[in-house]
Design a protein around this ligand. Structure first.
Ligand SMILES: [Zn+2]
Ligand SMILES: [Zn+2]
Length: 143
């Protein structure tokens, strides 16, 4: 998983590191690991799906951060057969469409919204308003 940290990901971890309410390094470490897990669940990944040369199901590997990373791995592991790359969509991004991901890049910055752009109406009467039933947002805010 060769990743380039994104601004909002760094901000989430920095917020934990600067939180002085943790009573031990162990508790802080656990919180950081959980946060990073949630952060990585917000990304799409690539899987390498393999078939042996006799056509039977082979060895599948994931996650890779990019197609280039998966191809580099495949070229180092010369175990034969054929491979193809499959995009794995982020379950975290899908969950965030329901739960809201406030302050997260790509999601609505309305203070009570945080939902994805496609939850916001494009119909003329309610143009811009968020469709999530409990959400009071009347206009998508991009930042
Ligand atoms: Zn909303
Ligand atoms: Zn909104």
């Amino acid at each position: 998983m060769r990743i380039t940290p994104r601004k909002e990901e760094v901000a989430a971890v920095v917020a934990l590191l600067e939180d002085d309410t943790f009573d031990s390094a162990t508790h802080l470490a656990k919180a950081v690991i959980k946060e990073v897990g949630e952060i990585l669940q917000m990304r799409d990944w690539i899987a390498l799906v393999h078939t042996w040369s006799d056509g039977t199901r082979g060895l599948n590997f994931a996650p890779f951060a990019s197609e280039a990373e998966a191809k580099t791995f495949a070229s180092k592991m010369a175990f034969g057969g054929t491979g193809r790359l499959v995009k794995l969509n982020s379950p975290g991004a899908m969950l965030a469409n329901t739960d809201g991901k406030k302050g997260w890049k790509g999601y609505c910055f309305h203070p009570e919204c945080g939902h994805a752009p496609f939850t916001h109406s494009i119909a003329s009467a309610a143009r811009g308003a968020c469709h999530i039933p409990t959400c009071p947002c009347t206009k998508f805010q991009s930042a």
